[in-house]
Design a protein. Sequence first.
Length: 349
Amino acid sequence: MEFVFLSAHKVLGIVKKAGEPDLVLFEGPDPKMTVWITSDMDTHWRVLDRHVALASMMLRGMVGQPLPGEFQENLEQQIETVRRRRSESLGPDGIVIIEIRGNLEVALNESSREIDDYILCFDAFDKRELRTKLQSPVSSVLAALRIGGSGEYGFEHIGDGSYAITNHGKIVHSFSAEFGAPRLYVASPLKDGQAARVKRDIGLILGSGDLARVVRLHAQSLDRATDNFRAFVSAWSALEILIGKIFPMYQKKLASEMENISAAPGLTAYLQRIADVMSDKHNLADKFAVISMYLDDEQNVAEIERFRELKRIRDLLSHGEEVPDGSLPTKEVQRLFEKYFRNHVRSNA
């Protein structure tokens, strides 16, 4: 059967007024995915809202056999209640909706129950496994939105859910949701140029291969429901892994450029000897310094020194030193990751 997975996040920093048409940020075939910025979550969440309402009614014994005469009326009332409660927490922020479709095995047994155009069932497919599998493209979208939009956007996870569609068009329901606490921020509309850049960056990040893990860690640090300590740890881990993964590429590039300075055999032999001796001895700051030669547009020496200071703070934490959560420079680490990841994937597109 075909599955539909939806993930919704408030974008803290993008305004989307009620009644404005949806902005399609991305459409792609692998995975089959569509991304919107919207102010109208009800339209996209129609199926999942119905499932929440049905689950509530089942718990209260309101979905009997046969169905009570007032069933449809009660269902509509429950859906309206679900939407009203959600709308109270949304505000004027833009909402990014990520829809991913694909195929999976769905097991419908004799306990499944058909009502109108949908089926109620239990454990027809592993929703948790599906959600885990799809976190990588979801994280890629969030990271691309922040990087391509050039805004210090934060994200609050509104909810996600999945359902299947039978060959006859009947919907098999599944849903889960989470909500985070509001924080203060400055918001503005997403401009056309930013939207175009986000669209390109989603494609680049989805195609970044083995960098998917670092993108996922970075996206975790952006979730406003995460406390600053965990956000800092996730952000630093993303930055450290990124540096480790891309350093060999720029190390080779540097060695090649140095060899081009002179064709003397002695220089080539010397550089090879340096490479052999230092193959496993470069520390993180050394690697960052090499990478910055190619990915720092401003060639700012002070940034290398600031990186060393950020690493010192990270080392204090890893050694069990007391560092107040509120003083952890999470935003600085996030900015560094975004800058170097963005410049890397764009320059190697």
